[in-house]
Design a protein around this ligand. Structure first.
Ligand SMILES: [Zn+2]
Length: 484
């Protein structure tokens, strides 16, 4: 026996099997029980949400003997009884000449539509009600819409119309206002996944829970897409459909691989991030797909965090924003792989902070109490210099206190000439320094061309170390990028 697609086998047989559209199936069941059905319905919703299936169920129910009997006797029907699928009429429905189905996308012209609708004025051959199911009704030409409109405005007896569309805004208001509108919702993942599992059990197909969830996520609210994916995976799997089957069959990146990339970025491990993305590329996945899968995965993680009442989203938001930017840059760039790699490398870069740069051994200035005492003596002395000592003050101002050991204060100068000029009047400075320190002070004058600017003299730890480190950092890392 030829393989029958799950999409066909999974189609609802009664209103109770219409998944994820309970607001519609409940309303229709009430309308059928009380015999208040309209002769024209406009079924609106995204592809694969059950519009055509519902139209067929309604068309079938309008002709079902059991439904008809129940309506006559005033007996309310349950959703699982609509239609009965057992009476002659139900059995004949699929091959009934009284049910006309066509797709407006491929029958757009007024001639096509006139031909298809021509039988509307003739009495049904066998059925009670002649039914017309027209898909993608927004694709019809203006003239074709008018011929349908005429039929809906002045309907022949025993005719019903089911117009389905994915784009309500393209359906003329004249049609919309004359139909009963049924709005189909996107079907939530939480409904699709268990339904896939139930269906698989019914068909004796093994389906891992994770695999069902993944398919449900990919289907994005469309049951038809979900069933098509399940079909494809089923064709490739052995006995049981696993998450790997789903990823392989549908050409997806595995959650494990995604998580490797995400945790490498979080751990600021560039090597691991590079390795994980290379692994994804090597299984033939496009940069675009990887980036979009990462975004979806991160969004799922964020939703989990909301559920767990965690509050720190900044890092995730930053990650998602960077990926979204990368995706938009990828289009037409010709180097999507490189854009993704660079984005991940940037995200995985160690955090460089201006206030506390990464310290390296030789540039860390240890807090030095002696040095601070030396600086205090130096600045007290500078301040005690009077107006008459303007010359010596000018040169002393250029000195940097580099050491204070015992009673020797070491003053370093960047230039030899300034040091010479200072030395000429250092006796006076020494005397004043002794007064400030309240003990004898010796001066040692040295020349050091690599000196930091004298401004550092005035700073105390740790501000001084931080500034020295920052200066060293920029000198050493002028090629390195700083995280923004
Ligand atoms: Zn029936």
């Amino acid at each position: 026996m030829a393989y029958e697609a799950l999409y066909t086998r999974g189609r609802p047989k009664t209103l109770s099997q219409l998944i994820g559209q309970e607001h519609i199936s409940n309303a229709l069941a009430r309308a059928i029980s009380s015999n208040r059905l309209s002769h024209a319905y406009l079924l609106v919703g995204t592809r694969g949400t059950g519009k055509t299936s519902t139209a067929r169920l309604l068309a079938k129910a309008m002709n079902c003997d059991k439904v008809h009997d129940a309506q006559l006797s005033g007996h309310p029907l349950e959703k699982k009884e609509i239609p009965c699928n057992k009476c002659e009429s139900c059995k004949m429905f699929d091959s009934s000449p009284d049910n006309v189905e066509f797709d407006a996308a491929s029958n757009r012209s007024v001639e096509d539509v006139t031909r298809l609708l021509s039988t509307a004025y003739l009495a049904p051959l066998r059925a009670r009600v002649k039914t017309f199911i027209i898909d993608e009704v927004h694709m019809l030409s203006f003239e074709a819409v008018n011929s349908i409109l005429k039929l809906i405005e002045e309907p022949p007896p025993n005719v019903a119309f089911f117009l389905a569309t994915t784009e309500l805004n393209k359906v003329p208001m004249t049609i919309r206002s004359r139909c009963q509108v049924l709005n189909f919702r996107l079907i939530p993942q939480a409904i699709i996944a268990p339904y896939l599992s139930t269906l698989a059990r019914r068909l004796n197909v093994g389906l891992q829970e994770e695999a069902a969830k993944k398919i449900a996520r990919l289907a994005e609210g469309s049951m038809r897409d979900a069933l098509t994916y399940l079909d494809q995976c089923y064709a490739m799997a052995d006995n049981e459909i696993t998450l790997d089957n789903v990823n392989d069959t549908l050409g997806l990146i595995s959650d494990e691989n995604l998580d490797d990339i995400i945790s490498a970025v979080k751990a600021k491990d560039r090597a691991a991030a590079a390795q994980a993305v290379t692994r994804a590329f090597s299984s033939g996945l496009s940069a675009n797909l990887i980036a979009e899968s990462l975004i979806t995965r991160l969004r799922d993680i964020e939703f989990d965090m909301i559920d767990n009442d965690e509050k720190n989203f900044a890092e995730l938001d930053n990650f998602i924003d960077a990926l979204r930017k990368a995706v938009s840059e990828m289009y037409g760039s010709g180097i999507p792989d490189i854009i993704l790699e660079m984005t991940l490398m940037k995200l995985a870069a160690p955090v460089q902070n201006f206030i506390m740069p990464t310290p390296t051994a030789q540039i860390v200035a240890k807090p030095n109490e002696n040095l601070d005492a030396g600086r205090k003596i130096f600045y007290d002395t500078l301040n005690s210099l009077s107006e008459n000592d303007a010359g010596i003050k000018t040169f002393a101002n250029k000195a940097v206190v580099t050491k204070f050991e015992g009673d020797t204060l070491t003053l370093a100068f960047k230039s030899a000439s300034t040091a010479d000029m200072f030395k000429r009047s250092q006796a006076e400075f020494k005397e004043l320094a002794a007064q400030s320190a309240k003990r004898p002070i010796k001066l040692s004058v040295v020349i050091d061309s690599s000196l930091p600017p004298p401004v550092l003299n005035k700073m105390t730890e740790p501000a001084r170390s931080n500034l020295v480190n920052a200066m060293e950092f920029f000198r050493a890392n002028d090629v390195m990028e700083i995280n923004d």
